[in-house]
Design a binder for this molecule. Structure first.
Ligand SMILES: [Zn+2]
Length: 235
């Protein structure tokens, strides 16, 4: 028994939308189907590829899907499309979309690209590299992560509650790098939460300094009194 996927062009399909961040109805704007039959005497095997241009009915974002199929596939097997661009498993936080973070941008972009491709080991290694970089930027090269964390704590840049979380992230990155550990989706998401928080904290600190420098200082009581005296004298 052989089966082929439905070859009639569908008008609408449910698909994950990167912009909406969840499954939405998509119009199938265009479908292209390519197939080839192989004659084996008593039976024929067909293989093919179906391409679809999809457009989200909510936000109008466009994506392309590709499904490779073979008539000998088990009838119950789902056809898993490949998407271009890949479906986003985790969106960048709004603050990261709104602004560039030059010190981390390249690493962050690669971490999100790895997340979207479900390359969890690479994403975890990248997350560790970002934390390492954040430590180096704060306190310079301290020789080891543990020493770096000690210095961060001494400088009140890391709280006692945050330390075990950062250590867990570093351990997970190290396990991915040296022992081929495949992190679970949950532990990876927790690590990315930490990475986003560490980088965001650095940005907020810089913004607070800029804001303080740009805000006119309130006149001291003594200055005000002197000004008032001069004002009165001028009358
Ligand atoms: Zn959408």
């Amino acid at each position: 028994m052989t089966t082929k996927p439905d070859s009639s062009p569908k008008k609408q399909v449910w698909s994950h939308c990167n912009m909406c961040g969840h499954e939405t109805v998509h119009d199938v704007v265009k479908q292209i189907r390519k197939s080839r039959d192989y004659d084996h005497g008593e039976y024929t095997v067909s293989v093919g590829t179906t391409w679809r241009i999809l457009q989200c009915r909510g936000c109008h974002e466009v994506a392309m899907s590709r499904v490779d199929w073979c008539s000998e596939d088990f009838p119950g097997d789902p056809y898993m499309p490949t998407y271009f661009p890949p479906r986003v498993s985790r969106r960048k936080p709004d603050w990261l979309i709104r602004q560039e973070v030059p010190a981390y941008q390249g690493l962050l972009d690669e971490v999100y690209a790895a997340l979207h491709a479900d390359s969890r080991r690479l994403a975890m290694m990248g997350a560790r590299a970002i934390i390492d970089k954040a430590i180096a930027r704060k306190i310079g090269d301290q020789g080891s992560f543990a020493k770096g964390l000690d210095e961060l704590q001494k400088a009140n840049l890391l709280s006692q509650q945050e330390r075990p979380i950062i250590e867990a992230a570093i351990d997970a990155g190290s396990a991915a790098m040296h022992r081929g550990h495949q992190p679970s989706v949950d532990s990876l998401n927790t690590t990315i939460d930490i990475v986003e928080r560490v980088v965001h904290a650095e940005i907020l600190e810089e913004k607070a300094k800029e804001l303080a420098a740009a805000t006119p200082k309130r006149a001291s009581r003594a200055t005000t009194t002197k000004a008032e005296k001069q004002d009165k004298a001028g009358r």
